[in-house]
Structures are given as C-alpha cells and as structure tokens.
Design a protein around this ligand. Structure first.
Ligand code: HXC
Length: 514
C-alpha cells in the first residue's frame, strides 16, 4: 500500500471509531439532555488540545454474544490535553457504547491514563457515565474496578483527582469517585447509587425513582458525596475550570499565583458582624471582605451548611477558608460539618494550601441524635486533620469560641501558627448562660429572687470570661485586632509562613478516626 492509501485507511478506521455507539444511541443520549463523551472532553479542555489514545482498543470478551459485538474504543475515551495551557489527563465513559459499561479493556484504558497522570504529575479528570460492571465480562469487570480503586488511592494526595458524574454511576462504580478529591454533579443527569431502584423494590418492596435515590440534589444536599452541583453540563465544566485555577498541579507545587487584588469595597468588614452575639450573619461576607477581589469559591455549598469551606486568594496566592456559619445552627460542629471540614483541611495540607480559619461557634451540637450518629468519632476527625496539617494555619476568632469548638477550630493547641481574636471574641468553656446555671446552681436556687441572681451570675461570668483577654494573657491568642486589621494581619502571617518547616515524628501513616 502506498503511504497515501495507508493514510486514507487510517482515517477511515478513525472515522468509524469516532461514531461511538452509532447515530441511534447518540440520539438517545441527546434526548436525555446529555452531551456525548467527546463533546464533554472537548468542552472541558482548551480548544484543539485533546489528544486521544487507545482509539483502536478492542474488547476480548467471548461470552453471551460478545464475540459478535464491536464496541468502539470499548466504551471509553482517554487522552491528554490542556486547561488554561496546563496539561491534564482525562477519561470519559461513552454511554452510547454498551452503556459505557466497564469491561476489562475499558478498565485498562482508564488505568493507563491514571498511570500517566500519576507519573507525569498532572490532574486527572474522570467523566462517569456508565451502567457499571459489564455483566457479560464477569470477574474481569470487577478486576478492572479494583485496579482503578487502587490507583485512586495511590494518586490521592499526589495529583488532584476530579470526578464528574454525567449519567448513571451505579454499583461499585461509585467508589472510584468517592476515592477522588472532588465530585461534580449535574441536575437531572447525575445518578449515583450502590443498589438501584429495581433492587430496592425487590429486596425491600419500596418504590423510589433514580432521582430521589441518588440524583444531583441528593448527593449535594444530603449525602455529602458531591462537592459541586450545577444546573447544566456547561455550568459544571466552568466549575471544573475555576477549581483548577485555585489548586496546584501536584503536591510538589504551589497553586499558580494571580495578580493581587483588594476586596470589593461593598464588603465592609465592620458592618457585617452584629455586636449582639445572639444575632446571626453570613460568614461568607467576612470571607469576601478579606479575600482578593472578594472572590470566594465555595465547596459543598449545599451540605452541612453550618460550616463553610472553599478557596479564595490573598495577595494572589490560594488560601483554603474554613469558617463556622452562624446563620445555620449557630455554626455548631456536628457529624457532617466535622467530616466536611476535616476532608478539606487534609486536601489543603496535601496540596500546600495555607488554611485560614474563621471561628464563631458555640461548640459541638448536643443531643441524642448526634451522640448516636457518632459525634465523638466524627468530631475527632477535625481535631486530627488540624493537628496533622503542617501548612500555614491561621485562625481569627470573631465571636464565640466555646468548649471543644475552641480547641477544634485550629486553636493554638492544634498548633495554629497565628491566632488572632477580635475584641468581640468570647473564649470560654461554654456560653455564659449554661456556665452560670452550672457553677452557681446553689446560689441561684437559694436566692430570694432566683431569676435576678441568675442574671447577675451570667453577667459576672461574661465579664470574667466572655472576652479574648484571658486567652491573650496566656499567649493562646497572639493579639487582639480590630476587624479592619484582619486582612493585613492575614496577608502578613501568610507571607511570614512562606518557608514554614514543621517536621513530625516519622511513621508509616497515622490512624485517623475515619
Ligand atoms: C452490559 C450494559 C450494562 C452493563 C447497560 N448496558 N448497563 N451492558 N453491562 N452493566 C447496555 C444495555 O444492555 C444497552 O445495550 C445499553 O447499555 C444502554 O442501556 P439501557 O438499559 O438501554 O439504558 P437506560 O434505559 O438509559 O438505562 C441505564 C441503566 C440501565 C439504568 C444504567 O442500563 C441499568 O440498570 N444497567 C445495569 C446497571 C447495573 O446493575 N450494573 C451493574 C452494577 S454491579 P443495547 O445493546 O441494548 O443498546 C457493579 C459491580 C461493580 O457495577 C463492583 C465493583 C466493586
């Protein structure tokens, strides 16, 4: 064959593969409001940057009529490309080919690109749209999943791993996204569950739709499996790209710096926090009042809203914010908010991102429900995560810092590098009301006017402890600052911490209260 004919032959072969599961299957995908796998990849990556590999991979299954089936690319697309000019590895399951089901060769393609990502130290983006283990391939499919999970774990903390759920992600398939750093879901399109509605109906006799069982809202509001929720695939792709502007390409690097910008003038820090400690306010406005350009990229916005986490920039450098949200449950720590914060703290620590903690909370949530849900075990995660973190850690106590919450929220005792408090801070074992009721119980009971005595004792406790100066006198707080000074103090502390060295005892790894 002449070179020209060879080239024509190659083009023909490629064209065939690029048809995926064929026109009918593509139309079905479009009718479901979904983009095709290739459209997704090219929409996320920089224009014309996608380079595809393993186009000509073929499955080797020989049972249940598989020998007669040709599955183009074996139902998954893998390759490399760039986002904002920086390289990434990517795979996208193609639902039009055997429902994107995962057979042996499909899994090998995914693990090949995962190995590349880890070796080349670039982020991995995985787009999931699949009916799960390819039933005809039996244990080979299960083996494939196992190989993926192992690599997810190996890459964890080395390169960023992003999972995008753009279709069904059922059965054991859910565990790859669950092992990755960030999970993206899209309204009406994402469906994640271990056992589907059919199984639930058979085993439990209960009827439930896929949406109610594991739709986008369920995972962003109830289960906490998803970190980002979008209304459309294109909105989701914008979220992916924005996230990538905040994080480093691997754990040996810092995130890319941007030109510094002051916060927007409409966020006036002195006007955000009410003087009355019982009045709620939106902590996100404090974050916006101190971060560059008031740009705060919130993560898990709809889950455990009593704590707020996300990225912003200070002086152009990425910072991870962890902040109690007084607007929801007075900002208490509970099982879910501890899980949410702990995982984020560990992310920042793995990827060289300084952590700024803003504290205003009355402690851990009391109650039988929380105790029985394991608030001891879950609450311990945040202690572990802060103690373990060696990136620069700075805390600002805004109002309440009571009890275990004071310790947990990156206190000096968790080895915060810098501890600041506003003059409105109240640092005590518990709130003045509760404290007075316990330690002055007898005086209150025996008083002629118990209510008046109670008020007097609450005031006495408040006067003595509900301020930042007792902690400052012991050096637990480095300095008490005016709200206006917060941004400058943070900028300076981050700058000073630039070459921080914090060595810990050598060990294989710790045993966090997972
Ligand atoms: C082989 C599959 C498949 C699978 C779908 N297909 N899932 N082929 N193995 N797991 C095929 C269908 O046969 C069909 O082929 C095509 O993909 C499209 O599927 P439809 O059912 O027509 O699509 P839709 O109506 O949109 O329904 C999507 C679905 C459904 C809800 C995902 O296909 C489904 O329930 N699939 C099975 C899900 C499941 O139970 N998977 C196994 C989980 S166990 P044709 O040729 O007709 O177009 C598991 C264990 C892993 O994953 C454990 C790892 C630790």
């Amino acid at each position: 064959m002449s070179l020209k004919r060879n080239i024509l032959d190659l083009r023909k072969r490629k064209e065939k593969v690029l048809q995926g599961g064929g026109e009918k299957a593509i139309q079905k995908q479009v009718a479901m409001g979904k983009l095709t796998a290739r459209e997704r990849v090219t929409s996320i990556l920089d224009e014309d940057s996608f380079h595809e590999y393993d186009l000509f991979v073929e499955h080797e299954a020989r049972d249940f009529g598989m020998e007669k089936k040709q599955l183009h690319g074996d139902g998954v697309i893998i390759g490399t490309g760039t986002i904002y000019g920086e390289p990434v590895c990517i795979f996208a399951q193609d639902f039009t080919v055997a429902g994107g089901s995962l057979g042996l060769m499909h899994a090998r393609k995914i693990t090949k690109i995962m190995d590349h990502a880890l070796k080349m130290r670039v982020p991995l983006i995985g787009i999931n749209d699949s009916g799960g283990a390819r039933i005809q391939e039996g244990v080979n499919s299960l083996a494939g999943y196992g190989e993926i999970f192992f690599r997810n774990t190996l890459a964890s903390g080395v390169i960023p791993q992003l999972s995008v759920i753009l279709g069904p992600c059922a059965g054991g398939a859910v565990y790859s996204p669950a092992l990755t750093d960030f999970v993206f879901v899209v309204e009406n399109i994402s469906k994640m569950f271990i056992t589907g509605p059919e199984v639930i109906k058979t085993v439990l006799g209960e009827e439930i739709s896929m949406e109610e069982l594991g739709g986008a809202r369920v995972h962003s509001e109830i289960t906490g499996n998803a970190h980002f929720y979008a209304q459309s695939e294109y909105e989701c792709f914008e979220q992916i790209k924005k996230l990538l502007t905040f994080i480093p390409w691997h754990n040996g690097k810092k995130a890319k710096a941007f030109p510094p910008k002051p916060p927007k003038p409409e966020y006036k820090i002195e006007e955000i926090v009410p003087a009355d400690p019982t009045q709620p306010y939106d902590i996100r406005n404090v974050i916006k009042a101190i971060s560059d350009d008031s740009d705060f990229f919130e993560i898990m916005e709809n889950f455990a809203k009593n704590i707020v986490i996300g990225f912003g920039r200070m002086n152009g450098e990425t910072v991870g914010f962890v902040a109690n949200q007084p607007m929801v449950l007075a900002g208490v720590l509970d099982c879910d908010s501890s899980d949410k914060a702990a995982r984020f703290i560990r992310y920042c620590d793995s990827f060289n991102i300084p952590i700024v903690t803003l504290e205003d909370m009355p402690g851990y949530l009391p109650g039988v429900d929380q105790e029985h849900m394991g608030v001891i075990r879950h609450g311990a995660k945040i202690l572990y995560a802060y103690s373990e973190a060696t990136v620069p850690k700075i805390t600002v106590i805004i109002r309440k810092a009571y009890g275990g919450g004071y310790i947990a929220m990156n206190s000096r005792h968790m080895k915060a590098d810098f501890m600041f408090a506003w003059p409105t801070a109240e640092i005590a074992v518990m709130g003045p009301e509760g404290a007075a009721n316990i330690i002055f119980r007898k005086e209150i009971m025996n008083a002629e006017d118990p209510e008046a005595m109670r008020k007097e004792k609450v005031a006495e406790y408040k006067e003595k402890f509900a301020n930042p100066y007792v902690a400052a006198a012991k050096g637990y707080i480095d300095t008490v600052i005016e709200p206006e000074e917060t941004r400058n103090m943070l900028l300076h502390s981050i700058e000073v911490s630039n070459n921080k060295v914090d060595r810990r005892p050598e060990k294989k790894h710790g045993i966090p209260p997972f």
